[in-house]
Every structure is written in structure tokens, then in C-alpha cells.
Design a protein around this ligand. Sequence first.
Ligand code: NAD
Length: 294
Amino acid sequence: MQVNTLCIIGAGTMGTGIAQIAAQADIAVTLVDTDDAALERSRGLLDKSLRGGIEREKLTVEQADAVRERVRWDTTRGAVSEADWIIEAVFEDRAAKESVLCDVSAQARASVPIATNTSTIPIHQLASACTGPERFLGMHFFNPAPAMKLVEIIPGTQTSPAVAEAAVALCERMGKTPLLAPDIPGFLVNRAFGALVCAATDIWVKGGKPEDIDAALEMGLGHKMGPLKTADLVGLDVVLALLRSLSEQTGDAMFRVPDVLTEMVEDGKLGRKSGEGRLLHLRRMIDCDCRLMR
Ligand code: NAD
């Protein structure tokens, strides 16, 4: 499948990041969003990312200019009917995604693949909103898309093998490493991370030191970053939402949301983004020690 034009619905953090890597791979991209303010934010995000790329010597000024020329922004969906590939990257809300997918699949050419960047919604459920579910699949990029190598490719029950293969080829063309993931809650990364963070938190509340738990997985299993540090980095509110989703979808006790996590999020302790980061663990550990000593 020849991909010269890509249309992305949703010009937020992920849509804009994906637009950048596609444009860097010589693909003409149209980013569609609901209003001019959203598009203005997206232009700013792309510009900031390109400037960062130049500063870190990942991009030349010429390459950054060429990317800007290949990206267009639009509040209408005119580009959908012209596109060779479509990626949906609107809010993580099933009804919003279904409405977009229903409209876009009716407007796009019949053979054009349509991907969703959902983090948590089952692909087979979203597929039922699409005309032509055999051309629909998940392409789960990670944030920040220009820097993160991994893309999870998630075929649904009806996705044609040709479309899954074309998605793999498209990711490789964009310099990414695609991995096939089953259509199960959390796919690969979020499912494994959810289980790890629950286990690490369980050890912590039973008296393990957070630093030691992270170090044990780093040194003992060769993980690059322990699950508690990772949770601090991505934000405890994001982790809480992930665990709630995994727990609801699977009913599995492995993903039971730890009370301490809910409490911390309710207290506004969100990890690094609220300025607490690793200190959060230390403070919590002192509380635990006090409880154990009593
Ligand atoms: P975001 O809030 O930054 O952007 C979403 C954009 O979608 C907004 O600009 C919004 O105006 C737009 N939008 C909403 N409804 C629309 C519609 N009907 N038509 C056109 N545009 C519409 O969100 P994000 O962080 O970019 O996340 C997008 C998707 O990517 C979600 O499914 C999310 O789960 C997934 N994802 C996010 C991350 C992350 O770390 N942010 C990582 C991987 C996957």
C-alpha cells in the first residue's frame, strides 16, 4: 500500500507528534481538530518539538522546515476522502472515538486503512463503529511520539492481515519499531506495567523501601527503570486511570487499584508533575515506618 498522504483526526499531543514523524518520513499530513484554538496549540507543539530536535542535533534546520511544509491543519474533514491512511487520535473516550470512526470510515475511500491510537479501549469494540472493519486496527504510539521507538500494532478480530502488515511497514518507514500486540486490555506495555506497578506498590505498603524495589527490578531483572520511578514520571493520576481501566475490563485481582495510590491522587500527589517525585515515596515510607514501629 502506497502511503503518500495521512490524515490525523485529533491534533493534540499524540496527533501532533505522529504528524511530525510521518512528515519526517516524507508523508504529507493533514491534522484535523475541532476549532482554531486546538490547531493553534498543535502548531505551537510541532514548532517546539522541531526546535528541540534542532537543538539536540536530531534534525537540521532544512529538515525541520521541510516537516513544516508537509503538515497542514484543518477544522474540516475534507482531507479524509483524499488520504491514503487515517489515524484517529481524539480524547480517550469511547463515544467520541466511535462517532469520529463512524463518520470518517463512511467518508474515506473503501480500501483506506484506519487506525486508532487508543491506549485502553478494545480494538474489536471500536471496530464495530467502522464501515469496513477489516481495514481497522490499533496503532498505539507512545509519548513523545518523535522520541519513542515503540509502536504497538493491534489487529482486531476482523482486521485483514494485509492491513496489519501495511501498518508494520508504515511504522518502519517512520523509523519506529512496531510490535504485534493482542487485543486484550492494556495491550502489551500498559498491561505489563499495570501488573508491575501493583506488585511494587504491594511490596512497598508491606514494608519494602521504594528505592530497593526499583533497584531490585533494575539490577535483578535488567529493567531500565523501576515501576515506582516510572509511575512518578508518567503521573500517578495517569497510572490510577490505567489501573481502573484494567481492573474494570479484566476483573482480575492482579490489577486491583492500591488504596495508597487512590489516596495520593486525591491528595494531589501526582509524582513529578506536582513536584513530589521521588520525595513522595520517601515521605510515604516514613509514614509506613512509623506505622510499623507503633
Ligand atoms: P489530547 O487531549 O492532547 O488531544 C486530543 C485532541 O482531540 C484535542 O486537541 C481535541 O480537541 C481533539 N478532538 C476531540 N474530539 C475531536 C473530534 N471529534 N474531531 C477532531 N478532534 C477532536 O490527547 P492525547 O494525549 O493526544 O491523546 C489522544 C489519544 O492518544 C488518546 O486515545 C490517548 O489515550 C492516546 N495516547 C495518549 C498518550 C499520551 O501520553 N498523551 C500516549 C499514548 C496514547
